[in-house]
Design a protein. Structure first.
Lengths: 315, 442, 250
């Protein structure tokens, strides 16, 4: 029971972090048709920027400055890079963002070194918020939930209450039509791209000290975010939200449930020993397969429901 | 436009005959002669020994050429972007390692010369299994599935000891004593010639494949999958066959890898190896059959030479890749082919001047960039490794401001002049092309 | 009674809540030259897309030579003997003209997914391609990448690819769109020649082409058939005149 409650909370925290990343990516993908490989790299940069700013000024300024830096970077990338490559087609755009992710990883290695950097939770939040059945729930995780909830609210308000927001909503499902109606589509694109990158940067600021801040964090987080986006479906932020939570819970529960397929078979009275063929595959505990699950989900959803859970358009 | 004019199909196919056959395939025969002879140019006559470095590098170029060509069967010829091609390379390698071990222990017999075929079969079988799933989709969904499969297989390779040997991988020994020619294949030069032989076979087969019904329809589905449907073809089946055969040749490349290094680990299936295929193929050029070969040679060259001098060679490769994607999507082969009509009209000399004017600031800008990157790298990574930045005997201190200023100056000034000269160059280019078109019409 | 080559029975198509085709029933007899005309937005191309399998029907039946084809994938319908051209020229722009035609022949000549036949050595395949090339008067352009052809030449090439497979039912979507009078005349002569003995269904806006070529004309307005019969009858039909003139008057 205790395990369930704690895992429910942890899964929520992780799921909201994923949503912060995946929402930006879904917006960009749905509107511009380009799957931004470098999205997780911006997340990484957000964490590293926050680390540096925290070191010299403080965590709270970093919370504001780092996402802004990432947003500006995103705007520059869109205006001077993506827009130029756009005429060469979607595959070229995909390759461009892939190359960008590649270079950003190497640049980070060069500037900050190969090892993880000690990006820590600020002292103010480094305490326990409350106890559940004897386990501590850190204040920082509560903070993360607060930030993600506030951000979620801000996006929802922006999308439903502002004119730009309505245009973005329309462009999510019918991008060509929006252009035909006379809206400044390039400006909308730049705004969405920059906004998505700022969100990714914010996710990096609060996630980088919760998880580890190292050069490979982009390439380990990236594929999971893609799975969430594809799973949730194109053109739907609600689907993205649900998919983020599902993924958050799948990964959280996978780590705590120490069962293996052999245990499931044992429930049916089938015993798996060393001699059983494929015994190695059957005795592997769930936490170790945890890394595989997102990709199994990706492949399954693309096979059976390529539009995702709530997608409105084809990829 | 000039790209289409350079299209080889624009010229009629000549009649068959040994003389014209040699002329048509001249560049290939030349390349073959070079690969056969090159190790001997670096032979140490005083010690009767081949240069290990050169033989290793050439071996790697050959196997990477096969790997890149197999990738282009998907990318350039069928229009499929895969992020998991290394899966078939690595699985071919694992298969080969197991076959070699089985022959050595006596439970299986296969002549050493035919061992790469085992790798090919391994690659083919897995490509059929994964391809059945992946090729149901196209474009972005296909790319995502291949990414997923790649990550899945990598994770499995790390986790499972059966077949993958876990983190330690599978070790093997290529001296299995079943050579049809009585060779041991212990010396690396012997393996090198075995690799070259299989490279030639693979290249020839892949080239011939482009001229079959499947090869042509793969191109057709790439160009216009709807029209392909309306000539009776199911595009997902075309993709499936092309994908599977591409896995076969990737498996052969993997086998050559296993024979050379005698160990296969998870990084032969990992994302970095798939990225390698993508980079080599794209930089070399996806539009021409030989493009990936150029890319493989270049990347291996950079890897072998530049990685000795610098920690940041991957930054340069990545930047080269992005520059190509933005400005030269046809790759190196595409750039060379663009010069085709100018070469044939014997007006190449006209561009000599403009080239000098645009390449000089280009070289300076690149030098400035490299200097800055190296300074950065020595400041962090190099310092951690205790290395110091030495350039032709002079030690450069990354902590001092002067080298940074020099680097920044070279980059900025070189870049600005390059920008201006670039426009001049474009005008000269267009002028020459206009002349050629006018002459053609006359 | 000659079986209809194509039979539509109460075919309906909606995109979301918007109905485009609202109950079309039509019989196209074998060997007939049938033109479908109507104002823009009437749903003519949508109807073609439904018949050829590019779009699924919302409801209704479509039969080709007596067999149901609604819901089948496009390549299956093509293999059953129906081929089409597109409103926006659809060829293989990076392949040569000769290769384009040859691709059209591959399936029907049994090559399937063969990766062991070198096409340059296949005599009867290449001879058939040569004949088709001559039929569409593109022999002189055979080695040019198809993307470099003039507009009219590309349309002719597309017709060549469309008939290459030997389909018995040919759908042509606005075959003379964008052509000058003389080009259109050439195209009509070509179409008449190559569709001899086949069933031809075409969407057209050019009335002189329609009256020159068609045996039967069907008029489609707002997703419904308002008239169908020989050209002279249609010309005199009140409802048709209203539909066209009415649209023009506003």
């Amino acid at each position: 029971m205790e395990l369930l409650l704690v895992s429910l909370l942890n899964g929520l925290v992780y799921g909201m972090l994923l949503f912060m990343l995946a929402s930006g990516l879904t917006l960009i993908f749905s509107m511009m048709g380009v799957l931004n490989f470098a999205h997780a790299s911006i997340y990484m940069l957000g964490a590293y920027f926050a680390y540096d700013i925290s070191r010299h000024i403080g965590f709270w300024p970093a919370l504001v400055v780092a996402p802004v830096l990432c947003g500006v970077l995103g705007a520059l990338i869109e205006m001077y890079g993506l827009r130029r490559v756009h005429k060469n087609g979607h595959i070229a755009e995909l390759l461009f963002t892939f190359g960008l992710a590649f270079i950003i990883e190497k640049a980070v290695q060069m500037i900050w070194g190969l090892l993880p950097v000690p990006y820590r939770v600020p002292a103010l939040l480094d305490r326990t918020l409350f106890h559940i059945y004897g386990t501590n729930f850190p204040a920082y995780r509560g903070f993360m939930l607060l930030v993600s909830a506030l951000m979620f609210l801000a996006i929802w308000l922006m999308l439903t209450r502002t004119r730009m927001g309505l245009v973005i909503q329309a462009a999510l499902t019918h991008p060509e039509m929006v252009g035909a109606l006379g809206h400044n589509v390039p400006r909308v694109f730049t705004t969405v791209f920059a906004g998505g990158c700022a969100l990714a940067g914010l996710a990096g600021v609060i996630g980088g000290n919760y998880l580890v801040t190292e050069p490979s964090m982009a390439f380990s987080m990236g594929p999971i975010v893609f799975v969430v986006v594809v799973f949730g479906g194109l053109g739907s932020l609600a689907g993205c939200f649900i998919a983020s939570l599902i993924m958050g819970y799948v990964q959280t529960f996978a780590v705590v449930l120490e069962y293996s397929p052999a245990d499931a078979l044992a429930a049916f009275g089938i015993k798996v020993t060393e001699a059983t063929p494929l015994s190695e595959f059957l005795t592997i505990p769930l936490p170790r397969i945890g890394a595989l699950l997102p990709f199994v989900m990706l492949i399954l959803i693309l096979l059976f429901k390529p539009r995702g859970l709530m997608g409105t358009r084809d990829t | 436009m000039s790209e289409i004019l350079a299209h080889p199909g624009a010229r009629p196919v000549e009649a068959a005959g040994v003389a014209s056959l040699t002329k048509r395939h001249g560049p290939w025969l030349l390349a073959l002669a070079v690969t056969l002879v090159l190790p001997w140019l670096f032979y140490d006559w005083s010690r009767a020994r081949h240069s290990g470095f050169v033989v290793a590098m050439l071996s790697q170029m050959s196997m990477m050429a096969v790997f890149a060509l197999s990738y282009n069967m998907q990318m350039g010829q069928a229009g499929l972007l895969s992020f998991g091609h290394a899966v078939f390379f690595g699985l071919g390698g694992y298969t080969t390692a197991h076959v070699l071990n089985a022959v050595k222990s006596g439970s299986f017999w296969l002549p050493t010369e035919l061992v790469p075929l085992a790798g090919g079969v391994g690659g083919l079988v897995f490509a059929i299994i994964f391809g059945y799933v992946a090729t149901k989709q196209r474009a972005t969904a296909f790319a995502m599935i291949t990414l997923g499969i790649g990550e899945l297989v990598t994770a499995c390779a790390l986790m499972f000891k059966t077949f993958f040997g876990g983190e330690g991988g599978v070790s093997t020994n290529r001296v299995i004593g079943t050579s049809l020619f009585g060779l041991t294949y212990s010396p690396s030069i012997q393996v090198y010639y075995l690799i070259v032989a299989w490279t030639v076979i693979s290249v020839a087969l892949m080239l011939l494949l482009t001229r079959t019904a499947l090869g042509r329809m793969a191109n057709a589905c790439r160009d216009n999958f709807e029209r392909a449907q309306f000539v009776g073809y199911d595009p997902s089946m075309v993709r499936f066959f092309q994908f599977s055969l591409s896995g076969f040749f990737a498996g052969i490349a993997g086998a050559l890898y296993a024979l050379t290094y005698e160990i296969v680990t998870f990084d032969s299936v990992a994302g970095a190896m798939s990225a390698n295929a993508l980079l080599m193929t794209y930089i070399g050029g996806v539009g021409a059959f030989a493009g990936p070969v150029l890319g493989a040679v270049l990347i291996v060259l950079l890897q072998s030479w530049v990685s000795l001098l610098s920690n940041s060679w991957l930054v340069y490769v990545g930047l080269l890749f992005i520059v190509m994607v933005t400005f030269a999507p046809g790759g190196i082969a595409g750039i060379l082919l663009m010069h085709g009509p100018i070469w044939r009209a014997r007006r190449l000399g006209r561009l000599a001047g403009p080239y000098v004017r645009v390449l000089t600031p280009g070289v300076l800008a690149v030098a400035g960039f490299v200097l800055l990157v190296e300074l950065c790298s020595f400041l962090t990574i190099g310092a951690a490794q205790g290395k110091s930045f030495k350039l032709s005997g002079i030690t450069i201190d990354p902590q001092s401001l002067k080298p940074w200023l020099i680097g920044a100056l070279l980059l900025v000034v070189g870049g600005l002049v390059l920008w201006r000269e670039g426009r001049h160059f474009r005008r000269s280019w267009e002028a020459v092309m206009e002349e050629i078109k006018a002459a053609g019409r006359a | 009674m000659s079986e209809a080559a194509v039979r539509l029975t109460d075919v309906r198509k909606s995109f979301g809540p918007t109905p485009i085709i609202m109950g079309v029933s039509l019989d196209i007899d074998r060997g007939q030259r049938h033109a479908i005309i109507g104002p823009n937005g009437a749903g003519k191309t949508t109807l073609f897309n439904l018949i050829s399998g590019r779009l699924p029907v919302s409801s209704g039946r479509i039969e080709l030579d007596g067999q149901s084809i609604e819901g089948l994938p496009a390549h299956r319908i093509n293999r059953m003997g129906l081929s089409r051209s597109f409103q926006i020229t659809s060829i293989f722009p990076r392949m040569t003209v000769f290769e384009n035609i040859r691709c059209g022949l591959l399936w029907s000549m049994g090559y399937r997914y063969s990766f062991w036949h070198l096409l340059s050595r296949e005599r009867s395949l290449n001879a058939a391609a040569e004949r088709l090339l001559a039929d569409v008067n593109l022999e002189s352009r055979r080695y040019l990448p198809a993307g470099l052809l003039s507009y009219a030449e590309q349309r002719a090439l597309e017709i060549g690819i469309t008939i290459a497979g030997g389909a018995r039912t040919i759908l042509l979507d606005e075959p003379t769109a964008g052509m000058s009078r003389s080009e259109a005349n050439h195209a009509v002569a070509l179409i008449r020649r190559v569709t001899e003995g086949k069933t031809l269904v075409m969407v057209e806006h050019d009335m002189s082409v329609v009256f020159d070529l068609a045996d039967v004309v069907t008029v489609l307005v707002y997703g419904q058939v308002i008239a169908s019969g020989p050209p002279a009858e249609i010309r005199a039909n009140r409802a048709v005149q209203d539909a066209y003139l009415g649209a023009a008057a506003h």
